[in-house]
Design a protein around this ligand. Structure first.
Ligand SMILES: [Fe+2]
Ligand SMILES: [Fe+2]
Length: 360
């Protein structure tokens, strides 16, 4: 049953309104003051409150916001003195649904009550729908994100299968992409880039040389210097790679890094000859990781360099081939890596000595 609270300091009005509303089938409570109304609202809930504006103690204007705070769905009709337009505006602004002039005509009251209750139901329904829509949108967004992520993972893993097949055939390339991916991710972390950039670089590292699948093996493994024609052919691995990876347009950033991983800081690289900061930072990082890994890996025509020797070898290229700040990050990461490997090796040999001593 619809419950109505009447708040008025004049007993005759309270009783008359209660009698009328009860006769219309409503369940009615009364309060003689704003304070009393607040106490009742604390323990009971109502659909509608009829509230006098002028009362000793708490006025109707003060009652409205507090009542709303207790129950945001409560419909409120104010009872104002004749010609008090200013107060009427004020109570409407503070959250009342409607107002009636005193003395109240019962027919007007019935209409106002119907209107206020109808509006209340509408508002509750609107809010419920709004919440449903929000929940639905949040759910769909999460699902879409998940689909996008699994599509990304699937596409990357397909490309990786290609790379693994290619590297498996080539003794000198084996593990190259994985190592470049790891090192590029570490360099990005060292440069305090966002985790999303680090992840993009790990993906780019794994994919960067996929185009080598289109390069003649005799050239890839040629001992000694490449002829100009052969070098032009090797350069094609970037374009071929981009063609292979073209369907992965949803991993835009990693593809950008792949596209420019052979650009040089001084502008003498390929495919576009970009220079300095015109080269995407991710590509500058990828280039450093790629070159470092190539130098420290065995090739058909030379033995691998030790990591620290490779850093020394590359020093001259900071500012030429490499972004100097990326080179600095490379020095930090590799020096740290070498130090932790030698600590590990030291503790392993101490362990081994202990075991040998303990042996009978
Ligand atoms: Fe490459
Ligand atoms: Fe490479």
């Amino acid at each position: 049953m619809t419950r109505i609270l009447i708040v008025d300091d004049e007993e005759t009005i309270r009783l008359a309104l209660r009698k009328f509303l009860r006769s219309r089938g409503y369940e009615v409570e009364v309060a003689a003051s704003g304070d009393q109304a607040m106490q009742i609202l604390d323990r009971e809930s109502f659909s509608l409150m009829l509230c006098d504006v002028r009362m000793p103690g708490m006025t109707g204007v003060q009652v409205v916001p507090q009542a709303r705070e207790k129950d945001r769905d409560l419909a409120i009709i104010m009872l104002t003195a004749v010609n008090d337009a200013a107060t009427a505006t004020e109570v409407l602004a503070s959250g009342a649904t409607d107002y009636l002039m005193k003395p109240v005509e019962l027919a007007d009251l019935q209409q106002a009550v119907d209107r206020a209750l109808h509006k209340r139901v509408q508002l509750i329904e609107e809010r419920r729908l709004d919440m449903l829509i929000r929940e639905e949108v949040a759910l769909r967004t999460a699902e879409l994100e998940q689909e996008k992520e699994s599509l990304r993972l699937m596409s990357v893993s397909i490309a990786e299968t290609l790379i693994n097949a290619m590297e498996a055939k080539d003794l000198y390339l084996r593990g190259h992409s994985q190592r470049v991916a790891e090192l590029a991710g570490q360099l990005a972390q060292e440069l305090s880039l966002d985790e999303s950039v680090c992840e993009d670089l790990r993906v780019a590292g794994r994919l960067h040389d996929v185009g080598k699948i289109g390069i003649r093996e005799t050239i890839l493994n040629k001992p000694g210097r490449l002829t100009t024609e052969e070098f032009e052919h090797v350069k094609q691995h970037v374009r071929i790679g981009l063609d292979i990876l073209a369907p992965l347009f949803h991993i835009k950033q990693p593809l950008k890094y792949v596209e420019h991983h052979h650009e040089r800081w001084d502008g003498a690289g390929y495919p576009l000859g970009l220079s300095g900061e015109a080269i995407p930072l991710g590509a500058r990082i990828l280039c450093a990781a790629d070159t470092f890994d190539a130098l420290t890996s065995k090739r058909a025509y030379r033995e691998p360099l030790e990591p620290l020797a490779a850093l020394e070898h590359l020093r001259i290229d900071a500012g030429k081939q490499f972004d100097p700040s990326v080179y600095d990050a490379l020095v930090t990461v590799i020096t740290r890596r070498v130090a932790s490997q030698s600590t590990e090796a030291h503790s392993q040999s101490t362990e081994a000595r202990k075991v040998r001593k303990a042996a009978p």
